[in-house]
Design a protein around this ligand. Structure first.
Ligand SMILES: Cc1cc2nc3c(=O)[nH]c(=O)nc-3n(C[C@H](O)[C@H](O)[C@H](O)COP(=O)(O)OP(=O)(O)OC[C@H]3O[C@@H](n4cnc5c(N)ncnc54)[C@H](O)[C@@H]3O)c2cc1C
Length: 486
């Protein structure tokens, strides 16, 4: 059910994806502060968190030097997700993955993955090279020059995990406000002012001459918004209403940079967006492999892998994702991209870093290849046929659900290797939260909440912590994630 917020909260979290959901869970489960989770859609986790490959990524894909945080988060996330799914009977299938090299230089990259995986905590019996002879025994349909196998990789449904975390958070006292778009955040003398436009398909605006303007919840008439939240003389439909908070956590995924910019934070960064598309495999391919198969990317310097052969938690198969450039965080179709065309082109034209990318021949080649695999099904399936030649493109008839990565680039045109946090006295912004963001959401959120408690910005509540079904100590998780303990 959708609810209307009150006027004041200690903390507001913007974004009900897996990250905002995990933060809401740990705050409500560990502190006494009042907290509101604001989600612009009518449901939790309808964007990247439900539009991904659903893998609990093992940390062999991440360089421990420049992706150390994501590597540690992926390592810890595996165990936490396993425990959480176990407690609440959600699917968690430890099904393993094979990463294959189909070209000579790719073999060196496999060796690098092996070193990274071991440095990031994987054991020799969880990650190892396998020769061609054994590959043909394990996966007879796969063709490659060499491969590594990792058993500590799993498949889950991140959308249901996020919804379940929000359900737990709400039981523990968090206000979950769906259909509430936080359009502007402003610092006032004492607090932050968050301007919200509600989704009017769920809320009714009652405007009358006796100055008792109010917003009513269509599904629960008793839940109406107090008039003092509206600013006199404004058009409620276009300006919505305001709430006031002491602290803001920006976990708005692809929209997070816009919110940070409103507060004059992270101004030197820009976003580039890439849509990851999938094709559903027909049922006759269900037994083509037992494992998910990744291939070593042709352009390892860019932050996405090549399309995989995906085995999902329910046993269904897909091919994807590719990385098609689009113009916004919700650019799922051409109409939304067309709407964003002029503002995005103007923004790109002003950014010298992005322009440098546009002049890089490898980047231009990559864009061409990704666009081709968007318009041509055969081109897309052929990228996977390199290691799974048994596939026949004509049997693929249905596209899967695509998801959008929002990648940060700096003024010099460099992609940031992993997530980045910006903090000031009244807000925290989590930007560039891409893969393996879903895998790492639980430890990263536990660490954020632990640090906010240690810094006195949240008040710890021992009783609530003891009532939690999981046995996680957020402060221990924080020191493991920061690399201070093993
Ligand atoms: C194609 C693809 C495949 C991937 N595969 C994997 C994988 O296999 N394993 C893995 O670990 N990771 C994977 N990832 C990455 C992972 O999905 C993301 O890192 C993660 O889902 C990000 O979560 P989030 O909560 O930050 O963002 P989101 O899920 O996008 O959530 C952000 C939320 O904020 C809301 N919001 C935005 N602005 C506002 C506002 N102003 N007011 C209120 N609400 C707002 C949005 O509606 C949205 O619900 C993949 C990503 C993609 C795109």
């Amino acid at each position: 059910m959708l609810v209307l917020p009150k006027q004041y909260y200690d903390v507001a979290i913007i974004g009900g994806g897996i990250l905002g959901a995990s933060i809401a869970y740990f705050i409500s489960a560990s502190s006494s502060n009042s907290v509101i989770l604001l989600e612009r859609e009518k449901e939790i986790a309808v964007h990247a968190s439900s539009r991904n490959t659903g893998k609990v990524h093992a940390p062999f894909l991440y360089d421990p030097i420049n992706k150390g945080l994501f590597a540690r988060a992926a390592y810890l996330g595996f165990q936490m997700l396993r425990e959480y799914c176990d407690i609440f009977a959600l699917p968690f299938k430890q099904d393993g993955v094979l990463s294959v090299a189909t070209y000579d230089k790719g073999i060196d990259i496999l060796h690098k993955y092996l070193d990274w995986g071991i440095s990031n905590g994987l054991q020799g019996d969880e990650l190892y090279l396998i020769d061609n002879n054994r590959i043909s025994k394990i996966e007879p349909n796969v063709r490659c020059l060499s491969a590594i196998y990792c058993s500590r990789d799993a498949s889950v449904d991140y959308g249901s995990i996020a919804r379940h975390l929000v359900h737990n958070a709400s039981e523990l006292g968090c206000t979950v406000a769906k259909g509430m778009n936080a359009v502007n955040v402003k610092k006032t003398n004492k607090r932050l002012e968050v301007q919200i436009i509600p989704d009017y398909s769920n809320f009714r605006l009652i405007v009358d001459s006796r100055k008792t303007d109010r917003l009513e919840n269509k599904s629960n008439i008793k839940d109406s918004l107090r008039p003092d939240l509206f600013e006199a003389g404004t058009n409620l439909r276009t300006s919505g209403f305001k709430i006031y908070v002491n602290y803001l956590i920006n976990a708005a995924g692809g929209n997070a940079l816009n919110i940070a910019h409103q507060m004059n934070i992270a101004k030197k960064y820009n976003n580039l967006y890439f849509r990851g598309e999938y094709w559903l495999a027909p049922p006759e391919y269900q037994r083509v492999t037992k494992l998910s198969i990744y291939s070593v990317p042709m352009f390892p310097e860019f932050p996405f892998l090549d399309p995989h052969w995906v085995v999902r938690y329910d046993g269904s198969n897909e091919i994807g994702p590719n990385a098609v450039p689009v113009l916004g965080p919700y650019g799922y179709d051409w109409r939304s991209n067309l709407r964003r065309f002029t503002p995005k082109v103007l923004e790109l034209a002003k950014n010298s870093g992005i322009l440098k990318h546009m002049l890089n021949s490898r980047f231009i080649y990559l864009l061409g290849r990704e666009l081709l695999s968007s318009v041509s099904k055969t081109a897309m399936i052929n990228r996977v046929r390199k290691f799974l030649p048994i596939l026949n493109p004509s049997l693929f008839t249905q596209r899967g659900t695509s998801g959008i990565r929002s990648l940060l680039v700096d003024n010099n045109g460099k992609f940031l290797p992993e997530m980045i946090e910006f903090r000031d006295e009244s807000s925290l912004h989590i930007l560039n939260y891409n893969s393996p963001g879903a895998t790492g959401a639980l430890p990263i959120s536990a660490s954020i909440v632990s640090r906010l408690i240690k810094d006195g910005l949240l008040q710890s509540n021992r009783e609530k912590q003891i009532r939690r079904k999981d046995q996680w100590n957020i402060h221990n998780i924080d020191s493991k994630l920061s690399g201070k303990s093993i």
